[in-house]
Structures are given as C-alpha cells and as structure tokens.
Design a protein around this ligand. Structure first.
Ligand SMILES: Nc1nc2c(ncn2[C@@H]2O[C@H](COP(=O)(O)OP(=O)(O)OP(=O)(O)O)[C@@H](O)[C@H]2O)c(=O)[nH]1
Ligand SMILES: [Mg+2]
Length: 648
C-alpha cells in the first residue's frame, strides 16, 4: 500500500535529515538515539563534548534509507548548520523545553526560513519540562513566522512527563526508559487538552487545504490520512512546523520521531523541485563540506541531486575516487549513490566546498558570515613555515567560514573566523593533521602616525670618497595635513638652487621616508615642500639628493611632535532588544562612541547599535558580547577613520 507520499514501503527513495539547534540541546544525543533505534550498536565512550564538527551517518529504518547530519550548535559553527540546511530534505530543530531558552531559536528559525528548508521541532529533554508545554510552544512561536503545531500532548504524573497522546492518531503511549513506548488507554482528564491541540492542528492545516477545511467546518472527524497529506504539503511549503516531544537521553519519543520523519520528510524530487533543480538529466551533486580524513584522504561530502553518481565516473572532469557511506556510523564503500543521498566522495582533487558537480550553473550555497574574530599563527619551529602555509590552505578549503591572510604590513599570518572556539577547533585539526607545533598571538593593529607641527629642516650630504664625492643640500618644510588627505610633495625652489632634474628624487625619498616614522609606524597626512638647497656640478646625483632628503625627513619628523593614530571602526552590533543596554555598556567600556540604536529591519525584537570603536578594542569583543547575550549578539565592522590615540 502506498504511504501518504505516494511511495511503497521499502521502495522509498533515500532522504536526508539535519539535526540543527542551539548548543547543548541534545542533537548529538538524538542522533545517536535515532541510529540506535535503527539498529546501530549502542554508542561507546564518555559524555559528549560540545559539537565542533558536522557528523554524517546513514540508517535504514522501516525499509527507508536515511542520511542523517548532526550539526554543531554553537553560533560559531552556524555555517555548518546552514550548509546542512541547504542540502537536506528536512531539518529537525532540537530544542529544550524551558521557555527562557526559546530566544536562541530565533537565528536558527530565521536561517531555515530564508533557505526554505522544511522543518519539524523536537522538544528534547522533556524529562526536564517544568511548566506547561503550551508555554514552551508560545515562546518558540514568537521566534518564527511559520505556524507551530503541537503533534503530541504530554501525559503527566505529578510533575513528571510519563508519556504522550499523539494528536493525529489520538493514541496514548507511556514512555519506557531505553525502550519503545507502550500503548496505553487514553488517560482520564487528557481529552480536553488533546482535543484543543487537535483543533489547533486542524485549523492550521485547513488554512492550506480546502478538503480539510470543509470537514472542519462541517464538524466531521477527518481520517489520519486526510491530516497527514495536508500536513506534508504545509510542511514542505514552510507554512507549518510540527512540534514533537521526547527525551533523547532516555530514548523517549524516538520511534515517534522516526515515524514522523517517514511521513513528513519530502521526497528528494520534492526538495529538488523546491530548489529549482530539474528531475531529469545528467548526475548532479553539490559538495557542502570537505574533510581530510587521515588514511581515507580528502573527502567531499556531497548531496546527490540527480543520480546515480558512480564510483570512477567523471563529474565535471573530476574523477570520483570512492563513494563512502556511514551506515550506523561505520564507513563503507559503495559503487554508486542515488538522488537524495548524502555521501562522501573520495579524492575529488581541486573541488572546494560549495562546488556544484554536473552542471555549469552553480547551485545556491550559503555564504559564510563575515569573520568576527582573528588570531595570528606563529610556528614554534621556523622550519615548519612551509608546511604551515599548506596546512592553512587546506583548512580554509575545508571551511569557507575561515580565511587565512598574510598581512603584508605586520608579516603575520592571520586566521579570521567566527569566534575563539571556531578558530581553536580549526587549529587543533591542523595540528593533528600536519604535526606542526604552533601558538597564537594577537593580530597587530595597523597603527599609523602623523605630526602635530610644521617644521623646516635642513639636510646635507657631503662625502668625499676617492675620486669624486657626493654632495646634496636640501631645505624642506614638513607640515601636517588634514586627516585622510594623505601625502603631498611640492617645491618652491627659486633660481635653480636645486636643478629640476633632481627634484623628483627628493619627492620620492620624502615619501619613502614616511613608510616608517619616529614611532615605528607609517606616517600619514603630511605635506613636504622643497624650499631651497644647493648642489655641486660634478658630485650631485639623484642618490645624493635622496640621501639628504631622508636625513632631513628623519630629523624633521621627530621634531614635529609625532603622534600615534589608531584605526577606528564603524561597528554595528545586532542584539535582541533586551540586551541593547548591555551592548551599549560594552561598547562604551571599550572606548566606543555610541552613535545611536534602532530596531533592526525585518528582525522583530532585535536592535542595531551603531558605534565608533578603536580597532584595538575589537580584538575579542565578540567573546564578551556573546557571553552577555546568550550567544545571540553579533556585529559587523569596517574601517572608518584614524584618530589620535590617547590611551596607549
Ligand atoms: N535530561 C536530559 N538530558 C539530555 C537529554 N538529551 C541530551 N541531554 C544532555 O544534554 C547535554 C547536551 O547533549 P548533546 O547531545 O551533546 O547536545 P548537542 O545539541 O549535540 O550540543 P552541541 O553539539 O554542542 O551543539 C548532554 O549532557 C546530554 O547528556 C534528554 O533527553 N534529557
Ligand atoms: Mg552535538
């Protein structure tokens, strides 16, 4: 019998699901519980650490084939979640029941809405539910434009949630620790609550389905099939998001979630259609992650949009050197991959993360957020420098939210990324893969200097060496210019005191001398005027005039009251409005000048705070900003101007 997706059991096409959500919500616990329920050996090892990398595993459940992605939850790894959302058929947002934790869902929901990824919510840690589930739902609803519908009503004994009633089938189940739930009779006193949830569900769906609307209006009781079909459609279009309950750690609600996935997750061709990908045509795949996996070499994780992708075949001129699946977490080589599967392709040399394989036109791929945190990398052993640069290049290839820049001014190799954890995790991977020992230091701030006063300075070179000597004499005026006006050179020589042909050499030497001023930084915004000088018909040369000018500049700049200039950036901090005062305090505490704040357009309940902040104060701003805003605060910045540094 075909199911509600029109597929026959056992004949369903491979589908993929990404577990996404805030840090510590229990995504990895749920990932392991889903795999265990699909027959994987129980997970070994101690407690899970904070997730810093995507995980991929394959499972077969009830004859359906699944690719599962477990995303790290920290905002510093948000790009991984966005990539997963771009390639999967459906996202399961894993969250905790406390309404106070709902705010952290805002950015997650927004990302999924922007990508159009169908979504269901799994409220995990239901064993920790304190208040009412409808309060949890209301708090979550405030964070999304999509309509949340409760699919399960908790059954409680005292404070403890001991089971649930399924809102569509109206069946009741009691949780059992570490095992599938058992069906029980509908407990007394739950009917009213269940009927209410059911009415809400039907009402939400009737908005999108005329047949169901008619039944609801006529007070008829729809069959489950008449609910599942519009539910599937409404979830696919993003109109509705189902909310399920459970406790991954205790294997509660896991079979129920599997069943929901079977019904709700769109077929691969539905996802392809949503993404505007034609169903017929040559094999098509999209690489969304690159890993260097020890002996397996370089692996390109790819979603197959059109199959079959065959081992050994050419994809856009790249030979597929192995196709790997991870049934229940263990690696396995397979000869080919079908549409809907997420697999690891081996040895795709030259293929970077985000590459579309199989057609010229690139498929849409998430752009990483702008880097927000930087560290300079120093090798312990200079011999490792070449190896380091290769390893850094691979790192940036693996992770587009990371960039490596060799700063020509400081000579530092600077890693830019999404936060301290993100950069540390990347460097740990680098150290493990390359064996290079390294440490990190703060990136240098590009200070400048200028002068406060005008001076007139004499410079004279007179040298007699063997045959002919060197002679040049210059008198220059050095004066400050307005901020941002740069360097200027002029001459006011009269009577040929310095012959024309030597004047360009004076100008070049004067400018050259501004590369490093008396305070050790480039000198900006000065004007140099050649006033007078002297020459010798045989001993004068461009070189002699350049030397005399350099001497005059060095001495003159030092006398002109040099001052340090620091770069000041225009900063826009984005925070939920309740944290706006915190953000302002934070910026003021970092010598920031607040320019104002306003509601962020299109982000209900969020503010933008604009400020001018010295670059030196931005170095670990994001760490403090996040720690004060439940991890929600973020900022962008760009160079604005140079200002005299008073506090250094
Ligand atoms: N009480 C309770 N605790 C749970 C449940 N599921 C997970 N936890 C605990 O929650 C903590 C975080 O679980 P993880 O699975 O690592 O969370 P995560 O979402 O993968 O976290 P990141 O990968 O860092 O984003 C762990 O200490 C788990 O033991 C649950 O159902 N009930
Ligand atoms: Mg995790």
């Amino acid at each position: 019998m075909p199911d509600t997706n029109g597929r026959s059991p056992g004949g369903a096409k491979p589908r993929s699901v990404a577990l996404i959500g805030p840090q510590g919500a229990g995504k990895s616990a749920l990932f392991d519980a889903l795999l265990a329920a699909a027959g994987a050996p129980p997970r070994r090892g101690g407690p899970r650490g904070m997730g810093t990398e995507l995980r991929l595993a394959h499972a077969s459940h009830n004859g359906d084939t699944w690719s599962l992605l477990d995303c790290p939850g920290s905002v510093e790894f948000a790009h991984d979640a966005a990539c997963a959302a771009a390639v999967c058929d459906l996202a399961v947002v894993v969250t905790e029941p406390a309404p106070g934790r709902a705010a952290v869902l805002g950015p997650v929901f927004r990302m999924l809405e922007e990508r159009g990824t169908p979504t269901i919510v799994f409220v995990n840690k239901i064993d920790q539910l304190n208040g009412r589930v409808r309060d949890t739902l209301a708090a979550m609803q405030a964070q999304t434009n999509r309509k949340l519908v409760l699919r399960q009503v908790p059954i409680r004994e005292g404070e403890q949630v001991t089971g649930y009633v399924d809102v569509v089938s109206e069946r009741a189940y009691r949780y059992r620790r570490g095992a599938a739930s058992e069906r029980i009779a509908l407990p007394d006193g739950i009917r009213a609550r269940e009927a209410e949830a059911r009415a809400e569900l039907l009402e939400a769906l009737a908005d999108h389905d005329d047949a169901l609307l008619e039944k609801v209006l006529e007070d008829l009781v729809p069959e489950p099939g008449e609910i599942y079909r519009p539910l599937h459609t409404a979830e696919l279009s993003g109109a509705v998001v189902s909310v399920l309950l459970g406790a991954a750690e205790h294997n509660n609600g896991i079979q129920r979630l599997w069943k929901a996935l079977r019904h709700d997750v769109p077929a691969p061709e539905e996802t392809a259609a949503r993404r505007g990908i034609a169903p017929e045509g040559a094999p098509l795949a999209q690489v969304f992650r690159t890993v260097h996996a020890g002996h397996a070499g370089r692996l390109s994780w790819a979603r197959v949009w059109r199959g079959p992708v065959k081992d050994g075949a050419q994809l856009d001129g790249h030979r597929v050197g192995g196709i790997h699946r991870f049934p229940n977490g263990e690696a396995q080589k397979v000869p080919e991959a079908q549409a809907g599967e997420i697999v690891a392709l081996g040895r795709m040399e030259g293929v970077t993360t985000g590459t579309t394989l199989g057609q010229a036109e690139a498929l849409d791929f998430p752009k990483p957020a702008e880097p927000i945190h930087s560290l300079a990398v120093v090798v312990e052993d200079r011999k490792d420098e070449v190896r380091l640069s290769g390893a850094l290049q691979r790192l940036a290839e693996e992770d587009p939210s990371l960039t490596v820049v060799l700063d020509p001014e400081s000579g530092q190799t600077v890693l830019h990324g999404q936060g301290e954890l993100h950069l540390r995790a990347a460097l740990d991977r680098l150290a493990a893969a390359s064996g290079v020992k390294l440490r990190t230091v703060r990136p240098q701030v590009p200070y400048r200097e200028t002068i406060r006063h005008a001076v007139t300075q004499h410079g004279r070179l007179k040298r007699q060496t063997g045959g002919h000597g060197q002679f040049a004499d210059v008198k220059i005026r050095i004066e400050p210019r307005g901020r941002g006006e740069g360097f200027a050179f002029a001459e006011e020589v009269v009577g040929g005191a310095v012959p024309r042909r030597f004047i360009p050499a004076v100008g070049e030497a004067a400018e050259e001398a501004t590369k490093k001023g008396p305070l050790g930084h480039p000198v900006v915004d000065v004007a140099v005027t050649l006033l007078d000088g002297g020459f010798h018909s045989v001993d004068s040369s461009d070189m002699a005039f350049a030397t005399a000018t350099r001497m005059a500049m060095q001495e003159g700049l030092a006398k002109a009251e040099p001052v340090l200039l620091e770069p000041v950036h225009a900063v826009t901090v984005t925070v939920p409005a309740e944290y706006t005062p915190n953000a302002q305090r934070l910026l003021t505490g970092r010598r920031g000048q607040i320019l104002g704040y306003a509601a962020k357009e299109g982000w209900e309940g969020w503010d933008c705070v604009e400020a001018l902040v010295p670059a030196a104060e931005l170095q670990d701003l994001v760490i403090e900003l996040r720690s004060q805003t439940q991890g929600l605060g973020s900022y962008t910045h760009r160079f604005d101007h140079l200002a005299e540094a008073r506090h250094r």
